[in-house]
Design a binder for this molecule. Structure first.
Ligand SMILES: Nc1ncnc2c1ncn2[C@@H]1O[C@H](COP(=O)(O)OP(=O)(O)OP(=O)(O)O)[C@@H](O)[C@H]1O
Length: 268
């Protein structure tokens, strides 16, 4: 037996168990994410999506095997892992008095030598992220004064400035209007296609999850209950069973769309 859960994968875990406050939350997750692919992680509130992303990044204790770009994140050292893996949190902690540009610049920290200073390349990366996310107007603003959606785009900018090989996104568009949702998801997808970035994104919007994810992985109560294309995973019956929701599905050129339905007779 080798120590590699899956040699072809950018990211993989096998038999991953996580407990929070001594309560088991993830119960033996097996997942292999091929390099350059996008996996959408879906599931009801509390099903374990955030916990899985944090365990994959090595940011919380776990039991089982995890490997990211050939590293075991819990053992490899924070800076080394952070040069490979960026996690965009759902609820970012923003230091007081820091501008949006400075927050994005923090993404370069793992690349700057200890006691060193920013190189011209670090500066270029930060400005290119500001450019690609159209953050010029927000860059000089104090980050704590930004709206929820503005801050979400800046926090994605910090993750992209890290120039990771693997990007873990925790509900990256939950605070964004429909136009900014498209801008952000299309940008991440174009970076994936251009540079082989591997993406794992926890998403509540099942239609976006199916449109952007080559695979949709459905978690329920800390277990993977379905893993496949949007069409395979997001059926009317399964969404009813796992989410207790009424939906209709439509198959569009971009993939499956999942539309919520009102209670029958509610309009009468
Ligand atoms: N630090 C913690 N201490 C105690 N319990 C926790 C902690 N973090 C998460 N949990 C619990 O673990 C379970 C999984 O939480 P997690 O945040 O991973 O779910 P999620 O699928 O991301 O949910 P959501 O869709 O609501 O963001 C939940 O029951 C949650 O209450």
């Amino acid at each position: 037996m080798t120590s590699t859960p899956d040699a072809r994968a950018a990211l993989s875990c096998r038999g991953l168990h996580v407990a929070r406050d001594a309560v088991p939350v993830l119960h033996g997750i097996d997942l292999a994410v091929p390099t350059g692919s996008w996996i959408s992680l879906v599931g009801p509130n509390g099903s374990g999506k955030t916990t899985l992303l944090y365990a994959l990044a090595g940011l919380i204790p776990s039991r089982g095997e995890v490997e990211v770009m050939g590293l075991a994140p819990r053992r490899a050292g924070r800076r080394r892992v952070a040069r490979m893996v960026a996690l965009m949190p759902q609820r970012p902690v923003v230091p007081e008095g820091v501008s949006a540009r400075e927050l994005i610049r923090l993404g370069r920290t793992p690349h700057i030598p200890r006691f060193g200073t920013e190189s011209p390349h670090d500066h270029e990366v930060v400005e290119s992220v500001i450019d690609r996310l159209a953050l010029h107007d927000l860059a000089p603003r104090i980050a704590t004064t930004l709206s929820g959606g503005e801050l979400q785009r800046v926090v994605l900018g910090r993750a992209l400035a890290q120039e990771p090989r693997v990007l873990l996104l925790d509900e990256p568009t939950s605070a964004l209007d429909i136009g900014h949702q498209q801008q952000v998801l299309d940008l991440v997808d174009s970076m994936r296609r251009e540079s082989g970035l591997t993406v794992v994104a926890a998403m509540h919007d099942l239609t976006s999850a199916a449109h952007y994810g080559e695979r949709v992985v459905l978690l329920d109560e800390g277990r993977i209950v379905a893993d496949g294309t949007g069409e395979d995973v997001l059926t009317v019956e399964r969404v009813a069973e796992v989410y207790d929701a009424r939906v209709e599905v439509l198959d569009r050129p971009d993939g499956r769309a999942v539309l919520p339905l009102r209670e029958p007779g509610a309009r009468a």
